[in-house]
Design a protein around this ligand. Structure first.
Ligand SMILES: Nc1nc2c(ncn2[C@@H]2O[C@H](COP(=O)(O)OP(=O)(O)OP(=O)(O)O)[C@@H](O)[C@H]2O)c(=O)[nH]1
Ligand SMILES: [Mg+2]
Length: 168
């Protein structure tokens, strides 16, 4: 059951968007469960689904995700055994997504889950597409992609908002 959104004196508050996060994985057994936990903390809402698209990773990433999906309704596994590739994995995840908003990110914590709320908030303010980048003002980049020792802001924490377009 979706959370109840309180009305304000200015009228009813629009409901938050539902969010699908697509996670392509190949040999991410060491990261994937920590990343799912971090995404669920960052987007602490029932209106969330996490779609892991794994290409039959030899390290058994798909098995860990399958076990998690069995007890966590927010997690879905797409286990591909006849196709391999990052781009088609993301495409397959997007096709399965049911959210108003669809995000995708790498699973080695090089894309910090802590930026997801800001990315989604920028969409709320009228943008159709929001991209996180290490190159925007204020961003920083660590020398390594392991999440050990990084906070959930991770190593690329910039989110750029271009000038607001005129909406029709
Ligand atoms: N499903 C799927 N995921 C993949 C595949 N290759 C890479 N990935 C995932 O895609 C994400 C990015 O992988 P990377 O190997 O870091 O690719 P990259 O960031 O473009 O390359 P680097 O610059 O080497 O880091 C990670 O979450 C990987 O687990 C693939 O063939 N299938
Ligand atoms: Mg990478």
């Amino acid at each position: 059951m979706p959370p109840q959104i309180p009305a304000t004196s200015a009228g009813a508050t629009p409901p938050p968007p539902s969010v699908s996060v697509v996670l392509p994985t190949y040999n991410e057994a060491g990261n994937i469960l920590d990343l799912i936990d971090a995404i669920e903390r960052a987007l602490a809402t029932n209106l969330l689904e996490i779609i892991v698209v794994d290409d039959n990773s030899p390290d058994g990433t798909w098995r860990l995700v399958g076990e998690r999906a069995a007890k966590d309704a927010k997690v879905r596994l797409l286990h591909r055994t006849s196709e391999r590739g990052l781009t088609t994995a993301i495409q397959a995840g997007i096709r399965q997504a049911r959210g108003d908003v669809v995000c995708w990110m790498d699973c080695d914590f090089s894309h910090p889950p802590g930026t997801l709320p800001r990315l989604v908030a920028n969409l709320d303010s009228g943008y159709d597409l929001v991209v996180g980048s290490r190159y925007v003002a204020g961003a920083r980049r660590a020398d390594r992609c392991s999440h050990a020792g990084l906070d959930e802001q991770g190593d690329h924490e910039g989110v750029e908002s271009p000038p607001r377009p005129e909406l029709p």
